[in-house]
Structure formats: structure tokens, C-alpha cells
Design a binder for this molecule. Structure first.
Ligand code: NAD
Ligand code: DAU
Length: 336
């Protein structure tokens, strides 16, 4: 099968490219990415030598370019990871989030309609459900939880999800959607909580924790997310939404303290800073549907995953130091 992976030069997309090349060597993978500030070709260096892998630079909202690629490649499956993904950036500059996350998803599906595919899979997020209160640990997001978004980022992802479901109902486009909780692991861009805290702690810099650090996120090791998408993409029911998560809730302060402990750095590095506007309090996924229907379970415990992740950042300093030094944005050209 020929699979187009959009956003494959980013964090989860690149992990998915490696997962597929390793686990399904009979498939061909085409990474389609516009290389924004968050996309990094050096991340795909090892894949470049694989005859089953190809990289194409294109913007998913560029209709002409996307149709041309589909005309040439005729993919069987499209998995859409491409997105503007950072909540704080969406608060500063919402426009590009609408352009990529909503319009781009529509353009991809229009190309799928024209050229025919067996599945369009949309990689979505638990943030489309809004948040849960801290004093109700009995509540979880299910696939039936109403969409109720807080940030321009989550609103753009919810908009895309609705468009995907509309294309299923109206045009019978074979689609599926997964909504996952917070990922962590290799190649995570150092603007996000975990890699930001690791890189700053290693440099003995202050660690900016928003508000009181009480907000709760439900963490999943990135390879577990990739294996879940793989299952849904191959066996999931069309027109369906599947939540992905592993019941692994932690407050931000707990996560930051774990990182400091693992790196043997003092808690005095923690600095409480102004809260994110509209900051979601708690995310918590109920993954019963994917457990029961597809038999998917996460393999990595947080204690092991966070150690592996920290070790990866220690072993791959060049990757993130180049990003932080601005060397790599110079090379890419900045989209902002
Ligand atoms: P990321 O920001 O690390 O990577 C995004 C990738 O998309 C980059 O390679 C970027 O160059 C590319 N891209 C951006 N705009 C593009 C465009 N217009 N055309 C083509 N390529 C473009 O993001 P991530 O954290 O890997 O997230 C990937 C997907 O997973 C997103 O759709 C996100 O909403 C979703 N998601 C992320 C998480 C998480 O914890 N990171 C959790 C659940 C869902
Ligand atoms: O839940 C899935 C979502 O997880 C994805 O859809 C998003 O693409 C992804 O970016 C992530 O969103 P979050 O906003 O949860 O991730 P972030 O790493 O930005 O922040 C995690 C928590 O840490 C959040 O409560 C805000 C807080 N935070 C973040 C940063 C960057 C801090 O306290 N300090 C920081 O410097």
C-alpha cells in the first residue's frame, strides 16, 4: 500500500514514519510536509536511505500542489498529521491555525475524493472536548463528549473533525478520526512542556510553570500513539471516532519535578509565571472503545517513557540545540 503521511517531519508524524517503515516494510511511505518552524528534515535523515520512503515538500492548503501530488502518487491511504500544533502560538496568531488545520484538511479530502483512496485518517486531539474540572476525577472524555473548545488551536482541530465527518456523510469519503491525549518522546519540539523543561534544566535555566502548575494532562508515549493510529488506519470502522489514551494523568508540577529528579537538578529552578489565557484544567481520556474494538493497549509506563525520553534528549543534543540556537530556522526560513 502507498500511504501519504502529512506532517511527517514533525514530532508525532516522524515517529509514525519510523513505526511504519519498521513494522510494515511492505508499504510505501510518502511524507508530505511544508517544513514550517516545527518540521525538521534532519529528523527524517535515517528514513531518507530507505527505498520505501520518499519526502515531498508541499503545503496542505495549496490546492494546486496537493492535487498534482495525488495525480502523480495515487495513494491508497492518507494520514493527516500536518497541523499548527502549539496552543500558545494559536493565542498569538490564530489565522495560520485556521488556514492549515481547517482549510488544509478540506483540501486534502477534496484530493482524496477526486483521486479515490481507501481511507483518509485524521489525527485529532482530546483538546476538542474542552476540559474537565479538577474536583471530578470520576469524569473522562468519551467519543460522545460534546465538542467544547477553549483555544484557537483546539477550535481549528474541532472544525477539521466536523469537516471530516461531514465528508463521510455527504460524499461517503472513507474516513476515520483519532483523538489522543498529550504525547511525549523523541523529536518533540522544544517549545512543548516536557522537552522545554528538559532542555532548560540541563542548562540550569529557570523552568516556567504556568499558574500554579495544577493543570492535569494525560500523557502517552508517542510510539503507543503511533501503534494506535496504525490499528485504526488498518482495521477501524469507517466514519468512526476513536479516543486514544492510557489513563496516565499528572499535574504539570509533578511532571516538572519528575524531570528535575531524573536530571538531579534542584526544584529551585521552578518559576511560576503568568497563566496561559483560557488554560484548560484537566484532560483525561476514556479509551474503552479502542481497547474493546481493536484490542489496542499502551505498552509504555510513564516512569519508563520519561526516562527513555530524557535519555534521548541527552543523546541527541545536536538535534535540539540547533533548533534552540536558531540555526535551523535560518535554514528553513520562518513561517511567521
Ligand atoms: P508538530 O508541530 O511537531 O508537527 C507538525 C508538522 O506539520 C510539522 O512537520 C510541520 O512542518 C507540518 N505542517 C504544518 N503546517 C503544514 C502545512 N500547511 N502543510 C504541510 N505540512 C505542515 O505537531 P505534532 O505534535 O507532531 O502533532 C501532529 C498532529 O497530532 C497534529 O495534528 C496535532 O493536532 C495532533 N496531536 C498532537 C498531540 C501532541 O501531544 N503533540 C496530541 C494529540 C494530537
Ligand atoms: O492534549 C493534546 C495536546 O497536547 C495536543 O493537541 C497539542 O498539539 C499539544 O501541544 C499538547 O497541548 P498542551 O497545551 O497540553 O501542551 P503544552 O506542552 O503546550 O503544555 C502542557 C501543559 O504545560 C499545559 O497545561 C501548559 C503547561 N506549560 C506549558 C509550557 C510550554 C507550562 O506550564 N509551561 C510551559 O512553558
Amino acid at each position: 500500500m502507498k500511504i501519504i503521511v502529512t506532517g511527517g517531519a514533525g514530532f508525532i508524524g516522524s515517529n509514525f514514519v519510523y513505526f511504519e517503515l519498521q513494522e510494515n516494510p511492505e508499504d510505501q511511505i510518502i511524507c508530505l510536509d511544508s517544513l514550517t518552524y516545527a518540521g525538521n528534515l534532519s529528523t527524517l535523515e535515517e528514513a531518507m536511505n530507505n527505498p520505501n520512503f520518499k519526502f515531498v515538500k508541499a503545503d496542505i492548503s495549496d490546492r494546486k500542489a496537493i492535487f498534482k501530488i495525488f495525480e502523480e502518487e495515487r495513494p491508497d491511504i492518507v494520514v493527516n498529521f500536518a497541523a499548527e500544533s502549539h496552543v500558545d502560538r494559536s493565542i498569538e496568531n490564530p489565522g495560520i491555525f485556521l488556514e492549515t488545520n481547517v482549510i488544509g484538511t478540506g483540501v486534502l479530502m477534496d484530493a482524496c475524493r477526486k483521486y479515490g483512496i481507501t481511507r483518509f485518517h485524521q489525527v485529532s486531539t482530546d483538546e476538542v472536548y474542552g476540559d474537565l474540572p479538577l474536583d471530578r476525577p470520576d469524569l473522562f472524555f468519551t467519543e460522545d463528549t460534546p465538542l467544547y473548545t477553549s483555544s484557537p488551536y483546539s477550535s481549528s482541530k474541532a472544525g477539521a473533525d466536523l469537516l471530516v465527518l461531514a465528508y463521510y456523510r455527504t460524499y461517503k469519503l472513507p474516513v476515520s478520526i483519532t483523538r489522543c491525549s498529550n504525547n511525549y518522546g523523541p523529536y518533540h519540539f522544544p517549545e512543548k512542556l516536557i522537552p522545554l523543561m528538559i532542555s532548560r534544566a540541563l542548562a540550569d535555566q529557570s523552568l516556567p510553570v504556568y499558574g500554579k502548575g495544577e493543570n492535569v494532562r494525560d500523557w502517552l508515549y508517542v510510539r503507543d500513539h503511533c501503534s494506535a493510529i496504525d490499528q485504526v488506519m488498518r482495521k477501524g470502522r469507517l466514519g468512526e471516532v476513536y479516543n486514544i489514551g492510557g489513563h496516565n494523568e499528572r499535574t504539570n508540577l509533578e511532571v516538572v519535578k519528575t524531570i528535575l529528579r531524573e536530571l538531579d537538578k534542584p526544584e529551585s529552578l521552578i518559576t511560576f509565571v503568568t497563566d496561559r489565557p483560557g488554560h484548560d484544567m484537566r484532560y483525561a481520556i476514556d479509551p474503552t472503545k479502542i481497547y474493546n474494538e481493536l484490542g489496542w493497549f499502551p505498552e509504555t509506563k510513564f516512569e519508563d517513557g520519561i526516562r527513555k525520553t530524557i535519555q534521548w534528549y541527552l543523546d541527541n543534543k545536536k538535534w535540539w540545540e540547533e533548533i534552540l540556537s536558531g540555526e535551523y530556522t535560518k535554514y528553513l526560513g520562518n513561517t511567521y
